[in-house]
Design a protein around this ligand. Structure first.
Ligand SMILES: [Zn+2]
Length: 100
């Protein structure tokens, strides 16, 4: 899995923990100050990817200053699911980037 991600110029370290759900009742979490994203490792792969996209979207909204959207978990969840399905259902979309 991915260990680092650059979100609009800010580098985040991605940590995979096996007890995040059990200990903190979280699938994932982004910390803007520590520049870390934590993901529970015990989930199935597709759930981990969905959670990662969700946290990345929080990071994008934070960087853009879109606080109203960032605080709206339903909007973040729906947009991140839409992005996940877009990428999942159109695998050639990502391959366009490797053509450069
Ligand atoms: Zn969230």
């Amino acid at each position: 899995m991915l260990n680092h991600i650059n979100i609009l110029g800010i580098n985040y370290k991605i940590k995979y923990l096996n007890d995040l759900i059990e200990r903190e009742n979280l699938y994932g979490e982004i910390d803007y100050h520590k520049q870390t994203i934590r993901i529970d490792e015990s989930m199935r792969r597709d759930r981990k990817v969905r959670t990662l996209i969700h946290e990345i979207l929080h990071g994008i909204m934070e960087s853009l200053g879109y606080n109203d959207i960032n605080c709206d978990e339903e909007k973040i969840q729906n947009i991140s699911n839409a992005l996940y399905l877009l990428l999942e259902n159109n695998p050639k979309l990502l391959s366009l980037f490797s053509l450069r």
